[in-house]
Design a binder for this molecule. Sequence first.
Ligand SMILES: Cc1cc2nc3c(=O)[nH]c(=O)nc-3n(C[C@H](O)[C@H](O)[C@H](O)COP(=O)(O)O)c2cc1C
Length: 181
Amino acid sequence: MKLIAFAGSSSIHSINKQFVTYVGEKAVTDMSAELELLDLNDYDIPLYSIDKEKRGEVPPEVHTFIAKLKQADGIIISLAEHNGSYTVVFKNLMDWASRIELGFFQGVPMLLLSTSPGGFGGGNVMEAALARLPKFQAQIVAHFSLPKFGENFDQEKGILDAALHSEFDKKYSLFRDAFGN
Ligand SMILES: Cc1cc2nc3c(=O)[nH]c(=O)nc-3n(C[C@H](O)[C@H](O)[C@H](O)COP(=O)(O)O)c2cc1C
């Protein structure tokens, strides 16, 4: 079973990358999954414009991204929030991908995460993604937002707060269940 995981961020110090890496590696152990972590810095492509599209200037990375998703049996994403919404790098990649293949998330089970230094944990971008990603054939089987990343997360121990840890475990179990694991 292959999982594709990535953070919706291009920051080299991305907290969402730390979080999604932790969850992805947990899945490798618990579900005997093979994990491929994508880095959206590899998809830092020209801004979408319909004129570029009409001129046939679709960046090759868009096809690479969709091809990667086609290999996935499951997808884990952790979204960074910028001004209440997606980061530019993630939104831009989605805009391009949606023009090539609307169902680019392929209908495989998805665990959708977000985190931020603030108390809402990226809840606004989560809300936007829950409404929109299913239109791209994202089968979101569970979602979880981790607030106050700096206080609540440790790379070795994972989620420190007991109540949040328990909530996360429930969501993670739903994702595992989607594979009969
Ligand atoms: C332009 C910009 C806008 C931001 N807007 C929000 C926001 O609306 N909500 C929020 O919780 N954090 C916001 N932040 C803080 C980010 O959550 C924080 O930078 C976080 O580390 C981003 O995730 P990442 O490290 O995975 O890239 C913003 C940061 C930047 C640079």
